[in-house]
Design a protein around this ligand. Sequence first.
Ligand SMILES: [Zn+2]
Length: 336
Amino acid sequence: MLKIDAHTHILPKKMPNWSEKFGYGDFIYLQHHKKGFAKMMRGNQFFREIKENCWDARVRIEEYEHFNTKVQVVCTIPVMFSYWAKPLDCLDLSRFLNDHLVDLVKTFPKNYVGLGTVPMQDADLAIEELHRIKKEGLAGIQIGSNINDENLSESKFYSIFEACATLGLAVMVHPWNMMGEKQMQRYWLPWLVGMPAETARAVCSLIFGGIFERLPHLRVMFAHAGGSFLPTLGRIQHGFDCRPDLVAIDNPVNPKSYLGKFWIDSVTHDPLLLEYVLKLQGSKRVMLGSDYPFPLGDLEIGRFIEDMHLPPNVKEDIYCNAAAEWLQLTKEQFEK
Ligand SMILES: [Zn+2]
């Protein structure tokens, strides 16, 4: 059975030192300090160490063979978004990352599908880049759960979503720039608590802001099984019912009616939670995802799903049908 991993991250092995090039800012750059490893530096500060499976296309394909998974949907690491930078500089950086993905997808069309990045802080530039990556063969974009702390429901972002819907580009929403990060530095809380909350913030913003209502053909996927949105949907629904004066001010439609209209990945680390989200979303809207190659990801690429004894048609939906529909690709294009 074809397996498509809908959530993985990749970087080019070599990137410019954008801080030097632009003369400001803590842009990410790589220090290749020993064979097979690199330090991601944010300005002069160490951010994290990455291994060659973060940039080497062939190493990645080999690692995936162990898990019988052929296709990786690749996008950059959210810390690369650089939405805080001057818009033209962010466009320059985005184009560099997108060109790397375009090359990768052209070289390994049966193994990689690319999701680009765009300068969300400037809708005109973002849309210009959307047109370019569409022409170059990327399947969509990855965006942050907030844009410089602003919610995705802000009207300034609407034209970007509209362009994605018109161009038929898929959108992946990934948590980043976590709310409360400064106040919860210990225990890895920004990743364990902030990230799921960020994703719920993004889902709620797109629902309550009426974006899904106005753009029914927009195809959006939320990382990490939608974060805390689905597990707290009862509360969100109750809030919508009991205080419509606060919640339903921009969209009168019941939040539960959007279940099954957006996609999520399977990154739950929990069969019980996966069963629950499958019940809510339906198997056509839940995709195999791993967050490879990072330690908080499901680095056995869905082995827990294999152990769940789901019906074969449900497994096939999770492994490939849901992703093929989200990305508007055919399964045949990945066959030999
Ligand atoms: Zn991720």
